[in-house]
Design a protein around this ligand. Structure first.
Ligand SMILES: Cc1cc2nc3c(=O)[nH]c(=O)nc-3n(C[C@H](O)[C@H](O)[C@H](O)COP(=O)(O)O)c2cc1C
Length: 190
């Protein structure tokens, strides 16, 4: 039997996305966001929901362009710091010794050390409540050469990690289970 635990932000898993923006003076900033993910295939879009209190919200309202960098599990502590400190008070790139690199298609920085970066232009803004949802159209995705197998990003090599809201913890991704869009076919009527 299931027991109700109330209306809470519980969902498994959530991504660990690092949102990169420039502020009005051109200072690069990065923050962690777990509330979001892919939200449309054509055009390819990603959503991130930000509180108005974040510096990133301010920068994004100004610039309407951002990147998502996906950290590998070697950088859990750096990523966590990007979710603790505010770019309003400090330079988080300097603090963590991470390198901001200007994106090619948008006016926003990505984190050089992280294996995947996604370049996005805001095409929708939705006021939801505490969070404002930004929809970014994906203009390009860049993946480190050594994380690609035959041109396809390899999860093991990227080594992403996940955030579990229920117990505020990070987890590595697990082992391969089965092929998607394939393993369920056995239930199809002939
Ligand atoms: C694991 C994790 C997930 C987070 N997810 C979000 C989120 O989805 N939206 C949000 O507004 N803040 C989120 N935060 C908090 C922000 O990252 C934090 O407030 C950060 O200091 C904002 O940085 P900024 O002021 O430089 O933009 C998260 C923090 C952590 C550690």
């Amino acid at each position: 039997m299931k027991r109700s635990i109330g209306a809470r932000t519980v969902m498994y898993p959530t991504p660990v996305m690092v949102v990169g923006t420039y502020d009005v003076d051109g200072k690069p900033n990065a923050m962690v966001a777990a509330w979001g993910g892919i939200c449309c295939s054509v055009p390819p879009c990603i959503s991130v929901s930000l509180r108005k209190a974040t510096y990133t919200y301010e920068c994004l309202m100004e610039r309407k362009e951002f990147t998502i960098s996906i950290p590998s599990k070697n950088y859990v502590e750096e990523a966590d710091y990007l979710g603790l400190a505010s770019g309003r008070d400090t330079d988080k790139f300097k603090d963590t010794h991470l390198t901001p690199e200007r994106a090619e298609h948008v006016n926003a920085p990505f984190v050089k050390e992280f294996p995947v970066s996604i370049e996005c232009r805001v095409i929708g803004i939705h006021e939801l409540g505490l969070h404002t949802q930004f929809i970014g159209e994906i203009l390009d995705v860049k993946v480190e050469d050594d994380c690609l197998i035959d041109g396809t990003p390899d999860t093991d090599k990227i080594g992403p990690f996940l955030y579990s809201p229920g117990n505020s913890s990070y987890f590595a991704t697990g082992e391969f289970l089965m092929k998607a869009f394939t393993c369920g076919k056995k239930f199809m009527r002939k």
